[in-house]
Structure formats: structure tokens, C-alpha cells
Design a protein around this ligand. Structure first.
Ligand code: PBG
Length: 330
């Protein structure tokens, strides 16, 4: 006969709840949005069931007020793309106008903005290409890190001017946090924070998102700037670098296949950690659930709780709304 019976603590719901160590809260959840030009636009994104391209008016109606979600992450999709993504930092760009409109209507909502070039460049890369003339032929194209930094700083400033609370640089250029911090500080935006995409792996889990943003690279891949998934130590260096450059929150992305990285980062650094439960993680679950392979609600709660258990304080997820709804009704 066993003397220790661990099953006593699993006997019923009340006891299980009572001793549970990890709790998801809707305040931990960051809701991403894809904003487009136009009026009354609500266009389903095929690769991401349940996610839409929204025009600003519809965005304002969509933001949930009573679900306890405290923050959103905005992506803008411009009408026209060019080599250097010059629409990305326009004062009246779609994302800049969206920030303004959202901050006006929802005073307490924390607005985070993605700062990158991939949604704005005709070639779909996150930075400016060197030797642009040869680019279509060249397999050995290079991204101009330091020229890209100048544009990232301009984008960040335009977002801060529009009223963003946190800037989230996601281009994986060296020095991006520093240049943004310096630009914000000298322009009077000392209180605007930086949520750095510090650890962003070159991942196939981004597939559905690139349809949403129409940002698939037209040639080559992102492996010269996003991280190699075989590496861990490098992730810690990226985080340390971003903290030293002034990041307030650091992010790891994707989440589910990278729980070890989240955990190592949490053990090592005392800074809030965000994890991005990315489009591929989302859409695979949605499709699987539609086919009846898994219980949708149970599996989503399991995944997000596991991300939190690994050490994430905040989770960016396209499941945000449904999860917040479930948490409310628990
Ligand atoms: C790029 C960016 C990506 C995502 C957010 N910003 C990935 C990429 O295309 O490299 C991915 C988000 C997702 O898959 O949900 N700046």
C-alpha cells in the first residue's frame, strides 16, 4: 500500500484549483490587430480563421471593453509598398491614424505597435537591401543593418507621436533598441516604452501571418537576421543586449516550440517576458479543431497556460478574445 498518495491533491476540482500554481489572466493577454485603409472593412484572413483585416472604424468597434484585456498590438498594412518601406513612418499612415483613434476612444488601453519594414517593403524583407539593382538575381543579397536602423527610428517616432504606449521593434537589426530609445528620448518621449522582439527565430510558424501582412520575402529568406532555431545561448545574448540598450520588456517568438528559451530567459533575467503565440501555432490549432481532432477550448487553454508556466508574463495571441471570454465565464 502506498504511504504517499499524490492523487489526494487531484481528487476534485476544488482541491485542484486550490493548489494550482499557474493562472492565466486576461490582463496577461495581448490582442493583435491588422489594420487596413478604407471604411467598414472586415475582411477574413484566409490563412488565419477568425482573424480579420479591419479598417480603423471597425477596429474601434472590435476592441473588447469588458473582457479584461488591457493591451493590443497593432500592425498596419499600407496600400502601396516600395523598396524602402517609405509609407511606414508617415504621420497619416494607417497605423499612425489607428493609434490616434484607439487612444482617443480607449484611454486606459495599452497600445503596442510593431515596428518593422516587412509589411511596407515591396521585397518583403525586414530591412533595406544593399545593391538593390541586382536584388532579383542575387541569392547573396544583403540587408543594410545601419540604414535600416534610421528608418526603424523614424517609424518608432511616428508611432510615439501618434500616442503609442509601447514600441515593439521586430526587424532583428543589431542596435535597433538603442537607436529607438535614443530617438524617443531626444524627442520628448521618455515615457514611451520598448517591448523588444529580442529573440525572434527564423521560423516556419510565421507562414499564415505573412499572408495576413502580404510580407512573404520575394527572394531569399530571413535567416541572416532572425535566429537559428538550433541555438539557445545566442538568445540570452540577444536579450542581454536589448536590456542594456534600454528594453523595458523582452519577447521570445515563437512560443510553443521555444518554451525552453522562455524558461531560461525567465531564470536568468529579472525583466517582464512576453511570448508570441504566433500565427502558425494559432492556425494549426484552429484547423485541427475544425476537423474534430482536438477539443478547441481545452487545448488552447493548455497551450497558453503552458507558455505562462514556462515563464512568460505576457502572451501575444490571436486566441486573445476567445480566451478572455472563457476566463470571464470560469
Ligand atoms: C516581422 C514579423 C513577423 C511576425 C510579426 N512580425 C514574422 C516574419 O514574417 O518574419 C510573425 C507573427 C506571427 O506569425 O503571428 N516583422
Amino acid at each position: 500500500m502506498p504511504t504517499v498518495r499524490l492523487r489526494r491533491l487531484r481528487r476534485d476540482n476544488a482541491i485542484r484549483d486550490w493548489i494550482s500554481q499557474t493562472q492565466l489572466h486576461s490582463k496577461d493577454i495581448i490582442l493583435p490587430y491588422f489594420v487596413v485603409e478604407g471604411k467598414r472593412v472586415k475582411e477574413p484572413i484566409k490563412s488565419m480563421p477568425g482573424v480579420y483585416h479591419l479598417s480603423i472604424d471597425n477596429l474601434l468597434e472590435d476592441i473588447p471593453e469588458a473582457l479584461g484585456i488591457q493591451s493590443i498590438l497593432l500592425f498596419g498594412i499600407p496600400k502601396i509598398k516600395d523598396e524602402i518601406g517609405s509609407l511606414s513612418y508617415k504621420k497619416n499612415g494607417v497605423v499612425q491614424r489607428a493609434i490616434k483613434a484607439v487612444k482617443k476612444k480607449f484611454k486606459d488601453l495599452i497600445v503596442i505597435t510593431d515596428v518593422c519594414l516587412c509589411g511596407y517593403t515591396s521585397h518583403g524583407h525586414c530591412g533595406i537591401i544593399k545593391n538593390q539593382k541586382h536584388k532579383s538575381k542575387s541569392k547573396n543579397f544583403k540587408i543594410d543593418n545601419d540604414r535600416t536602423l534610421k528608418i526603424l527610428a523614424k517609424i518608432a517616432l511616428s508611432h510615439a507621436e501618434a500616442g503609442a504606449d509601447f514600441i515593439a521593434p521586430s526587424a532583428m537589426m543589431d542596435g535597433q533598441v538603442r537607436v529607438i530609445r535614443e530617438t524617443l528620448d531626444k524627442s520628448g518621449f521618455k515615457d514611451v516604452g520598448i517591448l523588444a522582439y529580442s529573440v525572434k527565430y527564423a521560423s516556419s510558424f510565421y507562414g499564415p501571418f505573412r499572408e495576413a501582412l502580404d510580407s512573404r520575402p520575394q527572394f531569399g529568406d530571413r535567416k541572416s537576421y532572425q535566429m537559428d532555431y538550433r541555438n539557445t545561448d545566442e538568445a540570452l545574448r540577444e536579450i542581454k543586449q536589448d536590456i542594456d540598450e534600454g528594453a523595458d520588456i523582452v519577447m521570445i517568438k515563437p512560443a510553443l516550440a521555444y518554451l525552453d528559451i522562455i524558461n531560461r530567459a525567465k531564470q536568468k533575467f529579472n525583466i517582464p517576458i512576453a511570448a508570441y503565440n504566433v500565427s502558425g501555432e494559432y492556425s494549426l490549432i484552429k484547423e485541427g479543431a475544425q476537423k474534430g481532432l482536438v477539443n478547441e477550448k481545452e487545448i488552447i487553454l493548455e497551450i497558453l497556460t503552458s507558455i505562462k508556466r514556462a515563464g512568460a508574463d505576457l502572451i501575444i495571441t490571436y486566441h486573445a478574445r476567445e480566451v478572455a471570454q472563457w476566463l470571464k465565464n470560469l
